[in-house]
Design a protein around this ligand. Structure first.
Ligand code: SF4
Length: 279
């Protein structure tokens, strides 16, 4: 039995310890649930926590989840001018990802069209909230026609899973280039320019809530910049109105695992943006 004078403190203490229902013995009546005491104590605790949280955010600019209240704004890539309704460009006119795929299959706009084994247009949920964009297909991707397979693909799958994203169900994965550069060499600017319309149209059709650019070439292509990766990370950019976050390419993480914690910071920004927090 709890003395009346100490009841308030007692309820509060239990509520702070996570107790959700208190049972008291009161004047011989055993097992009576005292919900009012719990409610008052729980409400008071919640009020205190809310005030503390607000104070913390105001003092440090960081939320209880550990990230800043707002991330610095990065580069803004505006949407193109009003679409030409009479455009005859088949890429602009493609209304479905499948149509784009057929166009990519037939594409020889750059030399990679003659050396590839398979095109790698991308895969995943065409209505996904998240698009992950890498640089270019590697050897295994060229052999299978699928993006991000092999060790770096496995790592990407795990990174996404860590923020509650199922790669096939919740995301669409693609590359800036749809054909493999021989020997995995760095793509030439001419190749990136030739292939960019497919990427832009894919993003227009998918309309993701958030874009995650994996590695410098993907970030630079999407943001039309030559800024280094270190200057692009830790910010929320805007690609045609869509929040865009930059992080390391999984292949780079396999080479240097020291960047894993920085990647974790980046993908947590993605998670928060997907959850509707301001970018
Ligand atoms: S890389 Fe792009 S532009 Fe070049 S051939 Fe392949 S699909 Fe066409």
């Amino acid at each position: 039995m709890v003395p009346a004078r100490g009841a308030r403190a007692y309820f509060q203490q239990l509520a702070e310890m996570g107790e959700t229902e208190l049972v008291l013995e009161d004047e011989g009546r055993t097992g009576r649930t005292e919900r009012r005491g719990r409610t008052e104590a729980a409400e008071r605790t919640e009020r205190t926590e809310r005030t503390e949280r607000r104070g913390r955010t105001e003092r440090t600019g960081r939320t209880a989840k550990g990230g800043p209240a707002m991330y610095p704004a990065g580069i803004t890539v505006p949407a193109p001018k009003e679409e030409d309704l009479f455009s005859t460009d088949p890429v602009r006119r493609a209304a479905r990802l499948e149509e784009l795929r057929e166009l990519i299959e037939a594409c020889r706009k750059c030399s990679l069209g003659y050396t590839r084994t398979h095109i790698v247009p991308g895969e995943g949920n065409p209505n996904a909230d998240l698009v992950c964009c890498g640089e270019a297909p590697g050897q295994t991707e060229d052999e299978t026609g699928r993006p991000f397979v092999g060790a770096s693909g496995q790592l990407l799958t795990e990174i996404l899973r860590a923020i509650g994203i199922d790669r096939e169900r919740d995301a669409f994965i693609l590359n800036t280039l749809k054909c493999r550069p021989p020997g995995n060499r760095t793509p030439e600017p001419l190749e990136l320019n030739a292939c960019a319309p497919y990427l832009h149209r894919q993003l227009e059709l998918i309309k993701p809530k958030v874009i995650l650019a994996l590695g410098r070439p993907a970030a630079q292509t999407l943001l039309s910049t030559t800024a280094p990766l270190k200057d692009l990370r830790g910010k929320v950019h805007r690609y045609r109105g869509i929040p865009l976050v930059v992080t390391f390419h999984p292949a780079a993480l396999l080479r240097d695992p020291n960047n894993k914690s920085a990647t974790w910071d980046d993908v947590r920004i993605v998670r928060r943006l997907l959850d509707g927090e301001p970018g």
